[in-house]
Design a protein around this ligand. Structure first.
Ligand code: GFB
Length: 308
């Protein structure tokens, strides 16, 4: 990667900004472009920008993302925008001679009732979780497009599937966010208001696997340097816990006492999606940030950057 020009597409998001921070430790030239200067859903704009800037490598972290309710409420945005962004970035990367590309997807690509822990070969073996099938279909198409470029043209375009992520620069909007930032904000508000306990969506029984975004960024750079297979690779922590347990942990970190109340009108989503970490371990990468430590660091970031 030394002296290479690496374009991080989506550098303002939680994932893209973490990848930029990680790449700053290496001897490479990081390229970024704002949405104003290059709308990634516009093929002509992407073609022009990639042609002018000629990256050697690309990390495709740009995507329309959100939590369970946003996915369920805005299916067009999640399907159409993601297809457009990834089609434009992948195609123009190939057309302009990018030597390696890493496409980032999501663990929701797997069947709703896949055997656990989920190995990479479970892809397309069963029906998807309905709340996020739109996003999942787009991400599956992205994996397939990278594979197609590899098969037809020998392009070194690989894909990695991160588990549920959290960390600095997350979206803390209660309607559109993922579970951890939502719980953090709710716990913080309840504490400030002197309330006891807080409300969470659904039954609290679904199991989720979480990874701090700095671990994800480290793994992504590792995969960029060390992985060449056509099959995608999972990036996770290897352990999961129930939503109720993560809510209690967030309450501890924030310093809120009391019990959980359940809004049963809200969806639970997939009952469990623990990914197998075997393939990633086999190439030599392991995570280093414990969930409690990562939550404490994220809460500090929230206090400084969102709350104030
Ligand atoms: O993180 P999350 O929105 O997404 O929700 P998914 C995870 C679980 O937390 C669900 C519960 O069972 C929610 O019902 N939950 C409890 C809450 N309280 C809350 C809350 O206040 N806010 C939110 N957001 N959830 C997403 C997919 O699925 O995961 C995406 O929709 C993507 O496509 C992403 O794959 C990683 O884990 O269910």
């Amino acid at each position: 990667m030394n002296n290479k020009k690496i374009w991080v597409a989506g550098h303002r998001g939680m994932v893209g900004s973490a990848i930029v921070r990680r790449l700053q430790q290496d001897d490479c030239d990081i390229l970024t472009v704002s949405r104003q200067d290059c709308d990634l859903t516009d093929n002509a704009a992407v073609a022009e920008w990639v042609g002018d800037n000629k990256p050697d490598m690309v990390v495709l972290a740009a995507a329309k993302v959100g939590g369970i309710l946003a996915n369920d409420t805005y299916p067009v945005d999640f399907l159409y925008e993601n297809l457009a962004i990834q089609n434009n970035v992948i195609r123009n990367s190939y057309d302009h001679g990018v030597e390696k590309l890493l496409f980032l997807g999501s663990s929701c690509i797997y069947p709703k009732l896949a055997d656990q822990p989920i190995t990479e070969d479970a892809l397309l073996t069963g029906p998807l979780e309905p709340t996020n099938e739109w996003y999942a279909i787009a991400k599956i198409a992205g994996i397939k497009l990278c594979q197609a470029y590899m098969k037809q043209y020998g392009a070194r375009f690989v894909s990695a599937m991160p588990t549920n992520l959290y960390g600095p620069h997350d979206n803390f909007n209660l309607e559109t966010s993922h579970v951890i930032p939502a719980l953090m904000r709710k716990a913080h508000r309840a504490k400030k208001a002197g309330e006891n306990g807080m409300e969470i969506w659904g039954t609290g029984t679904p199991l989720r696997e979480f990874l701090h975004v700095d671990d994800l960024a480290d793994a992504a750079v590792y995969v960029l340097n060390n992985y060449e297979d056509m099959e995608h690779i999972n990036i996770g922590s290897g352990t999961d816990l129930s939503i109720s347990d993560v809510a209690k942990l967030v309450m501890e970190v924030v310093g809120l006492e009391g019990d959980l109340r359940h809004d049963l009108d809200k969806p639970d989503g997939t009952p469990r999606k623990l990914m197998s970490a075997s393939k990633l371990r086999a190439i030599g990468w392991t995570p280093s940030i414990e969930l409690r430590d990562g939550l404490m660091q994220t809460y500090e970031w929230f206090l400084e950057h969102v709350e104030n």
